[in-house]
Design a protein around this ligand. Structure first.
Ligand SMILES: O=P(O)(O)OC[C@H]1O[C@H](OP(=O)(O)OP(=O)(O)O)[C@H](O)[C@@H]1O
Ligand SMILES: O=c1cc[nH]c(=O)[nH]1
Ligand SMILES: [Mg+2]
Length: 207
């Protein structure tokens, strides 16, 4: 498993805005959109390009496009706030959806929806979820994806806990993780510390 911490000053500033309890839902969503742009930018560095001859108004040259845009999969609810930004940066990509809600007593994820292509053989997948806490939700989501045949998953998250990273590493799933921070750990409610609270509630309101 490959881990990349995107600790660019702009990423730190946006993440701090998300952490701050005074930040309202609208400003939290705006900061997450900005942060997502930085995560996508870093995570797409090694995508393969296709070349074709093009003409500028001045002369002929070589043009480039993505050879195989990845499938984008936001994890509902919280990943929805990253979806539009990622899609704007990867406009040729298809999008699938996975809905997971963590039981707040057992911390086990419960799947309530999956809308994915039947086969992901040979396809690269970008999973969007701002929070990697125990790792249960991402193991669940990524297993759905490998069951469909992908061997290349990139996870973009705002925050990761060491416990969740360890769990993903031990899962043996074919993962690259891009995060803006590895925080201290989890509290007794399995919330990330210092974290930012419940990323779904911070964007959309408490349910
Ligand atoms: O690593 P884990 O311990 O599994 O926790 C992380 C999960 O918790 C949050 O979702 P939540 O279950 O709160 O659903 P929501 O997005 O609808 O709020 C978050 O968006 C992750 O999916
Ligand atoms: O800190 C956490 C942990 C899980 N899910 C969240 O939204 N926040
Ligand atoms: Mg939540």
């Amino acid at each position: 498993m490959q881990l990349t911490v995107v600790d660019h000053p702009l990423a730190r500033a946006r993440l701090s805005r998300m952490r701050d309890e005074r930040t309202d839902n609208a400003n939290f969503r705006a900061a997450l959109r900005d942060l997502t742009q930085m995560l996508v930018y870093e995570a797409t560095r090694e995508l393969q390009l296709a070349e074709e001859p093009i003409n500028t108004p001045v002369t002929g040259t070589t043009g480039y496009s993505l050879a195989a845009p990845p499938l984008i999969v936001p994890v509902l609810r919280a990943g929805l706030g990253m979806a539009d930004t990622a899609h704007r940066m990867l406009p040729e990509s298809q999008m699938g959806f996975v809905g997971l809600a963590r039981d707040e007593e057992t911390f086990q994820p419960k799947a309530y929806m999956a809308s994915l292509p039947e086969s992901l053989v040979g396809r690269e997948v970008f999973v969007l979820d701002p929070m990697l806490a125990t790792g249960g939700s991402l193991v669940n989501c990524c297993t759905l994806l490998t069951d469909r045949g992908t061997t290349s998953i990139t996870v973009l998250c705002a925050l990761a806990a060491p416990e969740g990273l360890k769990r993903l590493e031990e899962s043996g799933l074919p993962l690259r993780i891009f995060t803006a921070s590895v925080d201290q750990g989890l509290n007794d409610k399995a919330y990330i510390v210092p974290g930012l609270g419940d990323a779904g509630d911070r964007q959309f309101g408490a349910v």
